[in-house]
Design a binder for this molecule. Sequence first.
Ligand code: ADP
Ligand code: MN
Ligand code: MN
Ligand code: MN
Length: 402
Amino acid sequence: MANASLLSALHVSLNKATEDASKYPKALLEYVWIGGCQGDLRSKTKVVNKEPQSIADLPEWNYDGSSTNQAPGDDSEVILKPVAMYPDPFRGGNNKLVLCETFTPNGEALPTNARAAARAVFDKCAADETWWGIEQEYTMFRDGTPLGWPRTGARSFGGPTTQIGYPGPQGPYYCSAGADVAFGRDLVETHLKACLYSGLTISGVNAEVMAGQWEYQVGPCVGIASGDEVTMSRYILHRVAEMYDVVISLDPKPIPGDWNGAGCHTNFSTKKMRVEDGIKHIYAAIGRMAEKHSEHIAAYGEGNERRMTGEHETSSIDTFSWGVANRGASVRVGNQTFKDGYGYLEDRRPSSNMDPYVVTGRIAQTICCDINPADDVKYIQAAESTEKRKGMSRVASGASLA
Ligand code: ADP
Ligand code: MN
Ligand code: MN
Ligand code: MN
């Protein structure tokens, strides 16, 4: 083991040197992309001679797709095209994190490059100015056990030994404070600050219902930028967790049984939803989404059926439902939105491991592109007749959309 104080002194002097552009006229670019193993994030470093000012300054690059389950060995090159650039919170100075799309040498988007298809949808509905707020839940593990969970002792006889012992039942962990209930806060804080350093639109963090589970929110972001920021925030999360010897799991139900799963609630609005009478546009969107429930579920993440049991603040995976302030529904309209008569809605179905380009693209396609005005009249009437909320009522304002 190296001498810790010498090492940290070396880090301090290296960081100082590399932040001073007059002494160190180079920039390190960390190219980041989505691999071929269910959302794995990969990256490698390119050293260039000066700080890039915009995407146009970033060269295309390539990698060995046969090592990421994305190309055959005899034609293994995958092309990286930079699409977004952020200040690098780990290296500081001139250095950047560079988000890339992936293509074959012939210029076709790889199947794992869902950003390409989402871009096409967002181009079609740019006038709708879609906003997205994504609640990323995740679980921290160390040595195969969620952070804060007891480990079972080794046994010299008897049945199989598992690494996981169980903590006290859920209840005290959500938004908790205290060493016996909040586990991993230092990692959470470091991740939050690193994301803000990179210019990501993080709007909050909180401890979740299961011990060792946390959430951060990304947004509101406009259109394709939502997927970009969620992807880069996940990359930063994995990198920060390395420093704590913690593994981040985005599994939708990391521990089976009476423990909450992890989701990626997707809040969204269009320009018309955000102004007076916007609720009608919200109701029309709910109707459009109800018709496409199974297409949406298919796009909302691998293994989501283990999470969406109808228990633990989830809805049933088989049926679409919505409600004001209802955390057991597929789609929730918040009290504030209902009271104001405009705002946004929350799709609670996407799982923590969802591809944000697939989910935002799918929703935008359904609510902005596949529209039939005659159906919308029915959807709005149906929603207004089911509006029920103690002590609250709104005056229905006619079913046609301005
Ligand atoms: P919850 O009450 O479900 O826990 P959160 O506060 O965790 O909700 O997340 C709500 C997200 O919705 C935040 O990222 C927030 O920025 C985003 N948001 C707020 N207003 C809008 C809007 N008009 N359109 C889209 N997203 C929005
Ligand atoms: Mn939340
Ligand atoms: Mn949550
Ligand atoms: Mn939510």
